[in-house]
Structure formats: C-alpha cells, structure tokens
Design a protein around this ligand. Structure first.
Ligand code: ATP
Ligand code: MG
Length: 269
C-alpha cells in the first residue's frame, strides 16, 4: 500500500476561519484512485510547528508527503523555511522558479518585472527542490526527493493547489499506486438502527477485509432511523471489485430485511 500523508499549514484552518477543503478535495481524488491519506496533520504558521510536523510525518516513512499552504510572499508564509529546517537543507534562489515568477508577472501585464524581496522569496526554495508550474498564481509548487520519500509543497489557494496537484502530483502518485479499479455502492437504509447494523458490518469486514464499509447515520424520518451505508471495494481487476461490492451489498440487503428494515434507494458508481 502506498503511504501518503498531508501537512496542512495555516492558522486560519485552526481557528475556524477557513474550512480545510484542500485536504477534503485531495482525499476524495486519492480515494477514486484506490488510495487514501494515512494522516492529515494541521499546524499553525510557525517555523517550529511546520518543521516538527514534517519530521513527525517523515518518521513514519511515507512514500509521499503533501504540504499545503504558506508559499506566498508575505512574512506569515514560512512553509519552505520550515521544510528546510526539518530537512537540514539551505534555502537558495532557484533559477527555474525565478523564471516562473517573472513569467507570471509578465503574463498579468507587468512590462518590466522588478524582482522585489517578496517576489524573490517565492523563488527561494530548499536546495534540492524542483519547482512545479503554477498556472493560476505566482508561487510555484515544489518537489523534493528525500530518500525514498517525495515531499510536495503547494500553495493554499484552492485553485492553485488543484492545478499543481492535477498536473504534477497526481500522475506521479498514480504511477506508484498502479492501475486499480474502485467500485462504490451506497445503500440508503430505513427502519434499522446503527446498533442493529453493527454486527453485520463487523461480519462483512471480516469476510471482506480489503473492503471499506462505513455507516453514516442520517437522522430519523417519520420515526424511522435512516442510514447511508457506503461500500467500496478496490482491486487490480474491475470484475473483482464489482462482484465483491455487489456481494457485500446483497449480504446487507438480506440482513436489513431480516431485521425489519428496507433499502430505500441504492446508488454509487
Ligand atoms: P498566497 O500567495 O495567497 O499567500 P499561500 O500558499 O501562502 O498563498 P495561504 O496563505 O496558506 O497560501 O492561503 C491562501 C488562501 O488560501 C487563504 O485565503 C486561505 O484561507 C486559503 N486556504 C489555505 N489553506 C486552505 C485549505 N487547506 N483549504 C481551503 N482553503 C485554504
Ligand atoms: Mg499566504
């Protein structure tokens, strides 16, 4: 199993100002690929927190760490400094990154691009880093190879993060994960409580250890409890994912009916 972790950087994420939609978005894309984050760690904008957060994640020998936020020109954006501190590398002006920063300002209408210290900052990367093109913003993304681990750093602005993720990160992760097929079935159950369903989930997970089975209570309607049950099976062969997911769904169908409930609706893809 490929191990992928996420370091989300930004005080705004910790104080209820910004909802961390970046991790949510990447998590869903990884799931579609048949993978997932092992851990998501959120830290404030401080050198100490960024550096110790990254060290903590690297200590578990992940294949990939995706660091998001704090690549901008302002002093509170200190992610790359924190990453350098964690890795024991120096920060250095990167020519390729500088060209990307200049190109961005030229594109948005600056004739003579003056490289001010805040602009230079966005092109100053850990020594061993490679910049990743950012179509929608100024600060390039960053790729750093560290032993067997690859560390990516992305800007926090969702549009920029998504562009770099799609263009420069997802293909590399997909190549490592390999081609996997995911079948998802969603059962909308009525008239059965989670506690009644629990033993069936336990048994299904025992019979299908590689599957993901999760119940989400959806409250009550007309006195009947409602549950959304997610069944996800991932495997190297499409036929196996589909037949196993269907087998699990029919197992639940009979358990739910036997307990006096019903399947109001079935979805998935
Ligand atoms: P900038 O150049 O804009 O400063 P940056 O890489 O420094 O980019 P941040 O300063 O961390 O990014 O965040 C910029 C914007 O993106 C903020 O408005 C912030 O709320 C938003 N943002 C940051 N992280 C996330 C996140 N995890 N989910 C959603 N939005 C986020
Ligand atoms: Mg910023």
């Amino acid at each position: 199993m490929v191990s992928i972790t996420n370091l989300a950087v930004g005080k705004e994420l910790l104080i209820g100002k910004t909802l961390n939609t970046n991790s949510h978005w990447m998590g869903a894309r990884l799931m579609r690929m048949g993978s997932m984050f092992d851990r998501i760690l959120t830290v404030t904008d401080s050198l100490e927190e960024i550096s110790s957060g990254l060290k903590e994640l690297l200590a578990r020998h992940p294949d990939f760490v995706i660091v998001v936020g704090g690549l901008g020109p302002t002093p509170d954006d200190m992610t790359l400094k924190g990453v350098s501190l964690a890795l024991g590398t120096r920060l250095k002006l990167n020519r390729e990154a500088l060209a990307m920063v200049k190109e961005h300002y030229a594109k948005v209408g600056h004739d003579r691009v003056e490289i001010t210290p805040p602009r230079r900052k966005m092109a100053t990367l850990p020594e061993t880093a490679r910049p990743l093109a950012n179509e929608f913003g100024t600060a390039p993304g960053v790729r750093i190879q560290r032993g067997d681990a690859v560390i990516f750093c992305l800007p926090g602005v969702p549009k920029e993060m998504k562009f770099i993720y799609r263009q420069s990160i997802e293909p590399e992760i997909r190549a490592r994960v390999g081609k996997l097929y995911t079948k998802k079935i969603v059962l909308h159950l009525e008239g059965i409580s989670e506690s009644t369903l629990a033993p069936a989930i336990e048994l299904a997970l025992k019979l299908h250890p590689a599957s993901y089975i999760k119940s989400h209570p959806k409250g009550r309607r007309e006195g009947r409890s409602r549950i959304e049950l997610n069944i996800v099976v991932t495997s190297k062969r499409r036929g196996i994912s589909e037949s196993e997911a269907r087998e699990i769904a029919s197992f639940f169908s009979s358990k739910v009916t036997a307990a006096g409930g019903l399947i109001a609706r079935q979805g998935g893809r």
